[in-house]
Design a protein around this ligand. Sequence first.
Ligand code: GLU
Length: 547
Amino acid sequence: MNYTELAELLFPDVTATPADMEAKFPQRDLPEGAFVTRIGPSPTGFIHLGNLYNAIIGERLAHQSGGVFYLRIEDTDDKRRVDGAVETILNAMDYFGVHFDEGATADGDSGSYGPYRQSERKAIYHVFAKQLVQEGKAYPCFLTAEEVDAIRAQQTANKEDPGIYGKYAEKSRSLTIEQISANIAAGLPYVLRYKAAPTGKTICVEDAIRGKLEMPENGMDFVLLKSDGIPTYHFAHVIDDHLMRSTHVIRGEEWISSLPMHVELFKVFGWTQPVYCHTATLMKLDEGSKRKLSKRKDPELALAYYQQEGICREAVWEFLLTILNSNYEEWRIADPVSSYLDFPYSLGKMSHSGALVDLDKMRSIAKDVISRMTAQEVFDNWKEWCETYAPDQAALIAKYPERTLAALNIGRGVPKPRRDLETWKQACDFMAFYYDETFADIAADPMPEEADEATRKTFFQMYLDRYDHADDSAVWFDKVKAITAELGFAVKPKDYKKNPDQFKGSIVHITNMLRIALTGHANAPDIWEVSHVLGEDITRARLSKWA
Ligand code: GLU
């Protein structure tokens, strides 16, 4: 067989050479030790936590080393492609503060190693496909779907490995150039297969997360180009990561089984293999046992979930960093103030057994993160989230900016800041009492039973009579204590505990009445501070309803 003739027959339009490609995408001029990493999501419209997990690793490695982190859209599967999916990816990554140095953008590309959408790289793949044909390392295969199915059935019956190899490849491998030419002229569809030449050896790959991976070498005539000329993941991965000069390939462990094909292609092209980093699958605890997160059962797998719930980006990052690097929590305890971006992330500290996604833990981290923010930071982040996800709330924030900021400032900036904000969505509920517009809709906690209706009325009347908005918090509290005693309630809760018969209740019940009247909740921030955030008019109006 004259392979040059075959290559011309299959790729008549390809005039560029591999050398042209090497020249067009030269080695990157980066400092020694700089990482070039990427994510390669498929635009299926569903972007998940695993995408962010891998993105964080790539982003950290690249940006900690003065390297490059880029976005490549792996859209070779036409059936799964969804309109607007690239925007969804960009929007999610932006929400989580993952920044690309180059790659696909909403309406094009940025960077000189593109195009960054695989669907636009067909001409590039064909240059290398042609090279392989020319070298006798790839061939067209005209097997129909039915024939492939029949082969699989036979292999299953014989308990053999599935796939096209050895004797199953003979029919296609032995076609003459005349037969191939006639088939093409007749319009028969074909795929381009790699011509495997197994020697029975094993391959050994040093995975940066898992250590040594030993596996049998590739023995399959796997598909390089599908019948529409679009590459498979395997072929595209090798060409793209070579030409885009990736130094590290961070991807899910589900790709380990196809590693022999990738190793083989790097070898036949004579290219340096990138360092592989196969990450652990995200798991959750379900009734005591670990299982994979499922798209169907677990809303928390979708990144959209975190956006919709308003779990702030720092919390998601910090949570993922705790499962990514075993020393993250220790670092955070020792240094509660620095940004998570100051943590020295390392591949060596990665775990390779399933990474456990624990939402309670993430929410608890979120409380810590928000409690460390200044009121202005909380204000800005919450407002930004509301503008997309809760426009009514955004309008209230815009209408009452000073009140909102003052409310957010309560219990903040002290050694043990309040931890009552957890997500931006929950902040809308938590903050509802600060606005008359939403206060009305709060299902208020019941007033304490220790004060019967008459006592309650008397209490609110006495409180309003003596209330002076100008009182400082100490004077104010003395007045509350005086009323408490006059009404027969214990000023010290422990006195009431000791002698419940001598009192109607304690100061706890008195202050609870105030909290419920002012906020709807028995559990609320400091009453004096809340009153001053609300202002005298609103405070009096809310209390008068009970007097
Ligand atoms: N498109 C592949 C995926 O979504 C990317 C794998 C890789 O990063 O190489 O799983």
